[in-house]
Ligand binder design. Structure first.
Ligand code: SF4
Length: 273
């Protein structure tokens, strides 16, 4: 197979991301429907995503307001965001909706208190997509790999050393993807150079904040850490852009797939349902 044929498979004008790689690792057929056939995502309400979107939206607004030094939104405004992202008619009762809103209020409060403790010197990025070109195959296609950190700040670490801190809010039980911190450091490299003067030596930390458990888990995203993880990420990207079969591989994640039981008629295996 020539490189030119490979280019036709993954639409290389679309950037690769942790999300596309995770989707590919679960089901190549979904990648085909979404990115190759470009079937518009059916508008299906998924409560799990809705509550996450409401929380991220509130915490993004709060970070913007903390950056500006103005008062942050309170319960009334967070409830308005909930009404937008989680319309009540999707829930079996007002009580069921209110229970979900209470979760958002608690998660936002946890995230906000975490941000208030950070002693931020500079708010660098808030929900900002960054991507860089990446040489994947010996081909003329120009691939990009990118990521959208929830928040990036400049502050000091426990030893008083300058630190670039990337923060990612976790609103569900979905497991941590170890490639996310590595891809984020990769995508941010030009900005790390700008912010620190030496991207390779930059002290970078990534934190998943598990909002339900109020548990922040830190990853030291050192160059050594990235170098160790990189070959596997490269292999996954090369596999994705050269994919030809796009076989469906149904699993528990079908419940969150917008193509489930409309464009895709696969069944979730009974032991996973
Ligand atoms: S419903 Fe399941 S098997 Fe079908 S495309 Fe989505 S994830 Fe793949």
């Amino acid at each position: 197979m020539s490189d030119d044929e490979l280019v036709l498979r993954w639409p290389h004008q679309k950037s690769l991301s942790p999300t596309s790689l995770k989707t590919y690792s679960q089901c190549a057929y979904r990648i085909r429907l979404q990115y190759v056939d470009e079937i518009p995502r059916p508008d299906i309400f998924v409560p799990f995503f809705a509550i996450g979107n409401a929380t991220h939206s509130a915490l993004g607004t709060i970070a913007q307001q903390m950056k500006l030094g103005v008062p942050t939104i309170g319960e009334k405004e967070i409830r308005m965001l909930c009404s937008f992202h989680m319309p009540m008619h999707h829930y079996p009762s007002e009580e069921a909706w209110e229970a979900e809103v209470q979760k958002v209020l608690r998660w936002v409060d946890t995230g906000k208190r975490y941000l208030q403790r950070l002693q931020v010197e500079e708010w660098l990025l808030i929900e900002h997509w960054e991507a860089r070109e990446i040489p994947l195959l010996p081909t003329k296609a120009r691939y990009k790999l990118g990521a959208k950190p929830d928040l990036v700040v400049r502050r000091r670490d426990e030893e008083g050393e300058p630190l670039i801190h990337i923060i990612d809010y976790k609103t569900g039980q979905v497991r941590e993807e170890p490639d996310v911190p590595v891809i984020q450091r990769f995508a941010l490299r030009p900005l790390l150079q700008e912010w620190t003067g030496d991207a390779s030596a930059a002290n970078v930390r990534f934190t998943w904040i598990w909002l339900d458990e109020n548990y922040p888990r830190d990853v030291d995203v050192s160059v050594e850490h990235c170098n160790h993880a990189w070959p596997e990420i490269m292999a996954q990207m090369e596999s994705l852009v050269s994919e030809a079969i796009f076989a469906p591989t149904p699993g528990w994640y079908c419940r969150y797939c917008p193509y489930y039981q409309n464009y895709c008629t696969e069944e979730i295996p009974p032991q996973l349902d």
